[in-house]
Design a protein around this ligand. Structure first.
Ligand SMILES: Cc1ncc(COP(=O)(O)O)c(C=O)c1O
Length: 249
């Protein structure tokens, strides 16, 4: 029943969300306000801006990771304050990273004799940048050794047109010609009948994608590898694959 409360002290105020002084203030969108606002109000404003986007469970654009264990979120937030790049300051974090690199090498069946290396990145874009740079530099080394005039043409990268935009960035930043193998209705991942037409001695590498954001498909890496192995038998200008395994890795 509704009734007058005797002990009003107890619940006179609710924890206000918008009931604060900041509510009276217009906040500029594109510059810092003159006055500060309370952190919880700032949080609420930013959260409200993004209210109708970013639900991973409903968002096919993030088709790989639609759920994460709360413990993973907790661990991530507990490590936000670290400057993990400083390996000497955070030796235990470094050790965990090193274990992860070993686990992945093991998953990829790197042989005991092989000297593998790896690193954590803040996302696939950074991984693609590092992979792309490695391809460019090792191509240059091989090409120079074989006496190719490396300034005669731009080096190129072969990839299906279903690439993620970070590859476009890589090619712009590193002055690489991007050779797109077109996708069509019959080829919703890399077209294996056409891909080798795009390869020449200036090719720094062929990128296989697992998975393609637009179609949800995986490039057939094994078949691509067979094609490249065949090609490499017939030329000194060997070509290698980089797998952009953003979701399929
Ligand atoms: C195939 C592929 N490569 C690269 C990226 C870039 O990843 P990130 O957003 O983690 O930098 C994505 C992201 O969706 C992707 O799907």
């Amino acid at each position: 029943m509704l009734y007058g409360k005797e002990n009003r002290d107890e619940a006179e105020f609710l924890e206000p969300i918008f009931g604060s002084e900041s509510e009276q203030v217009d906040l500029p969108k594109y510059k810092l306000a003159q006055q500060s606002i309370e952190p919880r109000v700032a949080y609420q404003l930013v959260q409200d801006e993004m209210l109708d986007e970013g639900n991973a469970r409903l968002n096919l654009a993030t088709f790989c990771q639609t759920y994460m264990e709360p413990e993973a979120v907790k661990l991530m937030s507990q490590t936000l304050e670290k400057n993990a790049i400083d390996k000497s300051e955070y030796p235990r974090t470094t050790e965990i990273e090193n274990r992860c690199v070993n686990m992945i090498a093991d998953l990829w069946n790197a042989s005991e004799k092989e000297k593998f290396m790896g690193t954590s990145t803040i996302g696939s874009s950074e991984a693609c940048m590092l992979g792309g740079m490695a391809m460019k530099f090792s191509w240059r080394k091989r090409a120079e050794k074989l006496g190719l005039d490396i300034s005669a043409k731009k080096p190129n990268l072969v990839i299906s047109s279903g690439y993620q935009v970070c590859w476009e960035k890589f090619c712009v930043y590193w002055d690489i010609e991007m050779r797109e193998v077109p996708m069509d209705k019959e080829h919703m991942s890399i077209n294996l009948d056409k891909v080798m037409d795009y390869v020449d001695e200036y090719t720094i590498g062929v990128v296989g994608i697992m998975g393609i954001t637009y179609t949800g498909r995986y490039d057939d890496i094994k078949a691509l590898d067979n094609l490249i192995e065949e090609y490499n038998k017939q030329t000194d200008y060997k070509v290698y694959i980089h797998v952009d395994a953003a979701s399929g890795g």
